[in-house]
Design a protein around this ligand. Structure first.
Ligand SMILES: [Zn+2]
Length: 90
């Protein structure tokens, strides 16, 4: 029996062996939620960009760490020069 894998809506990482869920981790859920809030807040100004882009690709543990660090510092989660896949439409 083939079970259709789902993918994290935030980082796109396959969610394996878990009950149906939209995100691979609570971190992704938190980041996706924050991103949505930031989009709403664009008119009130954006958080500062992180000082450096990251080479970590989305879905890697390293990227999650980078995002978590930016989250803690109140920085924008994304840097324009981050290594990044094209975001999919929500
Ligand atoms: Zn994820």
């Amino acid at each position: 029996m083939v079970r259709r894998n789902s993918h994290c809506l935030w980082c796109g990482e396959p969610i394996l062996g878990k009950r149906a869920q939209q995100f691979c981790s609570p971190m992704c859920l938190a980041l996706a939620y924050r991103d949505r809030m930031e989009r709403k807040d664009r008119s009130r100004g954006e958080p500062p960009l992180p000082p450096r882009p990251t080479e970590q690709l989305p879905g890697t543990p390293g990227k999650v760490e980078v995002l978590a660090e930016r989250f803690r510092k109140g920085q924008s989660l994304w840097h324009p020069q981050d290594a990044h896949f094209q975001p999919t439409a929500y």
